[in-house]
Design a protein around this ligand. Structure first.
Ligand code: OGA
Ligand code: MN
Length: 381
């Protein structure tokens, strides 16, 4: 009985759910006038400038990972959300194509794990890019063609691979975290006042124009004093940032290509969601490779390198209709280890250490439900 009552309460109309549905609605389209747009430089009653530490990296170090000098970043906080920092596209012109290419071509490769691995063999998922690029390069023929693997990609995990079923990370399910993405993440977090950030887990989300991400809190990491970093590329989205409970009405904001969010301190454990993907406001001009200030500002030892014309043709076609989000998380505090699971002692709770398995996670309402699905991105809660 108690469980039943709890599930009714949980699926009831809370304030967050109402606003999520409001922004997700197609017909009639919602009024977007309350959505905070950090790209329109307007500190207001809600938006306040955020202080950064520009001494943590030189302009050359910033440029190596494709970032503008820290003093040029437009960083904001939100009234009522201590620890939340929004950096409005700090990337150098010409550097986003590198990161987009990494997200579409490099990070989906083994040993990283993706949704397609849940029901395909490693040999079938080992060259997602190679198996998709030809179809994505040629213009659509008009007749319905089967979706390429790249178009069916919904998530990729890096480092400590998040287990969607158990909602845990484990010591035994870990592969090396990409060094370029770690360098980018540690530079940004340092400038935000968090030196010594370890990028230990990453989740990439691939959104089509009708995708959404349900209401959730990221609490599986063991050290919540470390920030969580989020990067957006491609099409825009509405992000809802709520409170510690679902009765708290969330604040809506736009995320555009290149925007970076840092969730730290009291904002690290707030409910959030992505109810809607929206066309990028000025097309994707920010993603042009031309007018590239990059090559000239970099002489050597750069992380961000050029993207070939052929690769960019595929990437730019893909992001015409899609959004990619990368979240980077530190899982363990300094010197911290994973606790021993009950299964390692008692042989119960068997799927704790199994990693991914084929059956769909039977998660309850209100939790992210992604698991092995490659047709439904996430379930609205
Ligand atoms: C997540 C997340 C938000 C986004 O992956 O945990 O909240 O912008 N992503 O896609
Ligand atoms: Mn999240």
């Amino acid at each position: 009985m108690a469980k039943m009552a709890a599930s009714i309460v949980e699926s009831g109309e809370d304030a967050f759910r109402k606003i999520f549905k409001f922004y997700k609605r197609r017909n009639p389209p919602p009024d977007f006038s309350d959505v905070v747009d950090f790209s329109k430089n307007a500190p207001s009653d809600k938006v306040v400038p955020a202080k950064l530490d520009a001494s943590t990296m030189s302009d050359v170090e910033a440029a190596r990972v494709g970032l503008q000098p820290v003093r040029a970043w437009r960083a904001f906080g939100l009234q009522g959300y201590p620890g939340f920092i929004f950096i409005s596209n700090p990337f150098l012109r010409g550097s986003q194509p590198y990161w987009v290419r990494q997200c579409l071509k490099t990070y989906p490769q083994k040993p990283n794990i993706c949704n397609l691995d849940m029901h395909m063999s490693p040999s079938d998922t080992q060259d997602i890019w190679g198996k998709s690029e030809h179809s994505l390069r040629v213009p659509p023929s008009g007749k319905r063609e089967p979706k390429t693997l790249l178009e069916r990609l919904r998530w990729v995990t890096l480092g400590y691979h998040y287990n969607w079923d158990t909602k845990t990370y484990s010591a035994s399910n870990c592969t090396p975290f990409p060094s370029d993405l770690h360098l980018l993440s540690s530079q940004i977090t340092a400038a935000c006042g968090f030196p010594g950030f370890n990028s230990e887990a990453g989740i990439l989300n691939y959104y089509r124009s009708d995708s959404s991400l349900g209401i959730h809190v990221d609490e599986s990491e063991l050290d919540h004093s470390r920030p969580l970093l989020s990067f957006s590329f491609g099409q825009s989205a509405i992000f809802l940032l709520g409170g510690t409970c679902r009765q708290d009405a969330p604040t809506a904001m736009y995320m555009h290509s290149g925007d970076v969010m840092v969730m730290s301190g009291q904002s690290r454990l707030l409910y959030h969601a992505v109810p809607r993907i929206l066309p990028a406001p000025q097309g994707l001009g920010v993603l042009e490779m031309e007018g590239c200030t990059l090559a000239s500002s970099l002489q050597e030892s750069t992380v961000v390198g050029p993207v070939s014309e052929e690769d960019w043709a595929v990437c730019s076609r893909y992001i015409q209709s899609s959004r990619v989000n990368v979240t980077v998380r530190q899982v363990l505090g300094p010197g911290q280890n994973f606790p021993e699971t009950p299964s390692s002692h008692q042989g119960t709770d068997t799927d704790k250490e199994v990693g991914y398995h084929e059956e769909r996670a039977d998660t309850e309402n209100g939790k992210r439900k992604r698991g092995d699905s490659d047709t439904v991105d996430t379930v609205e809660t």
